[in-house]
Design a protein around this ligand. Structure first.
Ligand code: SAH
Length: 396
């Protein structure tokens, strides 16, 4: 039997623009008794077919679109095809095929599915009831489409709660992954722990930006805030930074960073790893009269949605203001926000306000975005989340 989700009058507009989310407030009536993850036919108030979608009764986003074609069956073949298409689209000069995001959810027509490749290991993350429902087919398709040795699951994200799904972590196909997986990012070697690392183990979205910022660090004193396992720091040391001070609140991440610096035969005496809250540490550095030529700010998501934007804006303003004060004349600030709830425009306004309050004149030299294996679907602007500015403060 076909389950049907009938919309209220005039609530089909966003779907006609191919935005793949259906909010519960737009639904007039559900026909049949679909369970979480079941496929439903979404129809407008006149009964016209709009899309096939995955039903998620626990969430405000009550359905997510799989396909706009009425003739497309949603079955295992559908998932294999979509996954193969996503992987084929990763052919790009700045996407290393053996270490990249293979599937980026809605942007690849697969809402709620993330799949990242680290060599022989594919890590999948299921964030929606629909993806959860097709877990077996997805795991099979990831194995056959990649030829990887294993698929490991890291479905331990907070958003699963909103979909009424429990956290799940472990091997799905193949054998246990090694304790650490070595990957290369340009000339730098990193070790990824897919079991315990953040997200699926590594922040692949910053790949291109780490390379660009690293090149700016030559002969400079750099401060890397929210460094995690030292992504920006290792690139900077590789490119000949004079010194790199890295701050994170996670002692384990810092120890991992120091280990990777040694692994790359980098001049470890130039690297300092500080376990601290960045908000406090920046004030401490200011009070000590320290200054730097290059500062990186790559904080965690302060605003997951626009509802959190105001509080998040205060956090961004605070750290950017302090960073501007710590920069030497002519110094560079690479400042990022991965908050979906903060637009590019708002972020630039916040950074401008921070420069003003810090009493510096600054120019934007370039804009940063997420790496191209995290593509932005034009009909789904939510898929653009990472933004950044490279600012230069005026010289004396
Ligand atoms: N730039 C990193 C990714 C940063 S992720 C890379 O390229 O890999 C954000 C980091 O901020 C995490 O490692 C987290 O441990 C850290 N963090 C979160 N809140 C913090 C705080 N208040 N002070 C210091 N570190 C914090």
């Amino acid at each position: 039997m076909t389950y049907k989700l009938n919309l209220k009058p005039n609530r089909e507009k966003s779907l006609k623009r191919r935005h793949p989310w259906i909010f519960s407030s737009a639904v007039a009536r559900v026909e049949g008794t679909p369970q979480s993850g079941d496929t439903v036919a979404v129809r407008d108030a006149e009964g016209q077919f709009l899309a096939w979608a995955a039903y998620s009764p626990a969430s405000q986003i009550v359905a997510r679109v799989w396909s706009w074609q009425e003739t497309t069956p949603i079955d295992a073949v559908f998932f294999e095809r979509r996954i193969r298409t996503a992987i084929a689209a990763r052919v790009h000069p700045s996407i290393p095929p053996d270490t990249c995001r293979l599937v980026y959810g809605e942007a690849d027509g697969l809402p709620g599915l993330i799949a990242d490749r680290y060599g022989d290991t594919v890590v999948m993350q299921l964030a929606s009831a629909g993806a959860e429902r097709w877990r077996e087919a997805i795991a099979d398709a990831l194995m056959t489409a990649t030829g990887a040795a294993r698929v490991y699951e890291r479905s331990d994200l907070d958003v699963r709660e909103l979909e009424g799904l429990p956290a799940r972590v472990g091997v799905v196909r193949g054998d246990e992954p090694p304790q650490t997986i070595a990957i290369h990012e340009h000339d730098v070697k990193f070790l990824v722990d897919v079991r315990h690392g953040h997200k699926t183990g590594f922040y692949l979205d910053q790949r291109s930006n780490r390379h660009i910022v690293g090149k700016l660090a030559r002969d400079r004193d750099m401060l890397n805030c929210f460094c995690y396992t030292g992504g920006f720091s290792l690139h900077a040391l590789t490119e000949g930074a004079k010194s790199v001070t890295s701050i994170d609140s996670s002692g384990a991440a810092l120890a991992w960073g120091a280990r990777q610096a040694a692994l790359n035969n980098l001049p470890v005496e130039r690297a300092q790893w500080i376990e601290a809250d960045v908000f406090k540490a920046l004030r401490g550095l200011r009070d000590e009269g320290r200054s730097f030529d290059l500062i990186v700010l790559d904080p965690p998501k302060f605003a997951p949605t626009s509802a959190h934007a105001e509080r998040a804006a205060r956090g961004y303003k605070d750290i950017n203001l302090l960073a501007f004060k710590l920069l030497r004349p002519g110094g560079l600030l690479a400042t990022f926000s991965c908050s979906g709830g903060i637009s590019d425009e708002l972020f630039q306004k916040i950074v401008a306000g921070a420069a003003l309050d810090a009493g510096v004149d600054a120019q934007v030299l370039r804009r940063f975005a997420q790496a191209p294996d995290h593509p932005v679907l034009l009909s789904f602007p939510e898929s653009a989340y990472l933004k950044g500015l490279l600012c230069r403060v005026a010289g004396c």
